[in-house]
Design a protein around this ligand. Structure first.
Ligand code: HEC
Ligand SMILES: [Cu+2]
Length: 307
């Protein structure tokens, strides 16, 4: 058996084992009865030309149906109780953003620290993952923690766990996501609280902050694929050309007019569908979880200077 390395692992294993043994015993009984009846009532043991006439047996049928219903309901309610524990992360959880990409995992801590394919978490501390994908559907799976959750582009899914075993635990992608799927591997590194504080000190946060924001914004504009939908001239592509837009008013779908200020651009990135420019489809993907505050700022500076 895999190690039970999270608080939820035991619950799931108990449920799983109960269902497993119940199924196995039922299987043995059913097959055993079949073999017994096949031998006991074999044609050679009775008059081959006389088949007994059998009518239904109400009491037996009802008791089997009700009995099985009770078994299924027990499994359902039991599963529901455990599932509810999985849904609601404790309020003191450490929140970490997860971005799945073909074909790696990116983890971002509240202070801006970013790690690829490695998630460092403290022992016995609830950790909540806020996950999204930048391309196709992936699935975040840590077998030792018994947690698995789809990671869907353009949407947030969450997952939480409290690690109870020090050391390294594999992260797998459990949704076929392209040719590199099997190599989409990561590691959860569970350390104790002091080591975690130490790690925080020695791992620099927000490494890119010292960059010139305008240059950085320019890099991001192509890195984050803004340029596939936006020209930096006034030309229309999928989205509006961004030349000289900053500070000017824009007419929205529905006729309302708003000024394009920092907040407007920020909202365009985080909730693109909140204000849709007139004459364009609501086709812009959200960059929430993909762009850090610093990156958003850099992009704003860049767009501001397109004039
Ligand atoms: C898949 C295409 C697509 C991508 C990728 C995309 N956008 Fe957009 N964007 C649009 C469309 C379509 C609109 C117009 C509809 C709307 O307002 O949502 C838009 C609107 C905008 C606006 C408002 C424009 C205006 O005239 O007021 C800004 C600013 C913007 N995008 C910036 C960005 C930045 C920065 C990126 C990259 C981080 C980006 N977009 C990536 C399609 C895209
Ligand atoms: Cu994947």
């Amino acid at each position: 058996m895999l190690p039970q390395a999270s608080t939820l692992a035991k619950n799931f294993d108990i449920l799983f084992n109960n269902i497993f043994w119940f199924s196995l015993i039922s299987f043995a009984l059913v097959i055993g009865a079949m073999i017994y009846f096949a031998i006991r009532y074999h044609r050679t043991r009775r008059d081959p030309f006389k088949t007994p006439y059998i009518t239904g047996h109400h009491l037996m049928e009802i008791s089997v149906s009700v009995g099985l219903l009770i078994v299924v309901m027990v499994i359902f309610v039991w599963g529901w109780v455990d599932y509810k524990k999985l849904l609601k992360a404790p309020s003191d959880s450490l929140e970490i953003q997860v971005l799945a990409k073909q074909w790696f995992w990116e983890f971002q801590y509240p202070e801006g620290r970013k790690l690829t394919n490695e998630l460092v978490v403290p022992l016995n501390q609830p950790v909540k993952l806020i996950m999204t994908s930048s391309d196709v559907i992936h699935s975040f799976f840590v077998p030792n923690f018994r947690v698995k959750q789809d990671v869907v582009p353009g949407q947030y899914t969450t997952l939480w766990f409290t690690a109870t075993q020090l050391g390294e635990h594999s992260i797998l992608c459990a949704e076929f996501c392209g040719t590199g799927h099997s190599k989409m591997l990561g590691m959860v590194k569970v350390v104790n609280a002091e080591e975690f504080q130490q790690w925080k000190k020695t791992t620099p946060s927000i490494p890119a902050v010292s960059k010139n924001p305008q240059e950085w914004g320019k890099e991001l504009f192509s890195q984050k694929m803004c340029n596939t939908c936006h020209a930096i001239t006034t030309q229309k592509l999928v989205g509006p050309g961004l030349f000289g837009i900053f500070g000017k008013e824009v007419e929205l779908e529905g006729g309302k007019k708003v000024a394009r200020d920092e907040n407007y651009i920020r909202e365009s990135l985080m909730q693109p569908q909140a204000k849709v420019v007139k004459g364009f489809p609501p086709a812009m993907p959200t960059f929430q979880g993909t762009l850090t505050d610093e990156e958003v700022n850099a992009l704003i500076v860049y767009i501001k200077n397109l004039k």
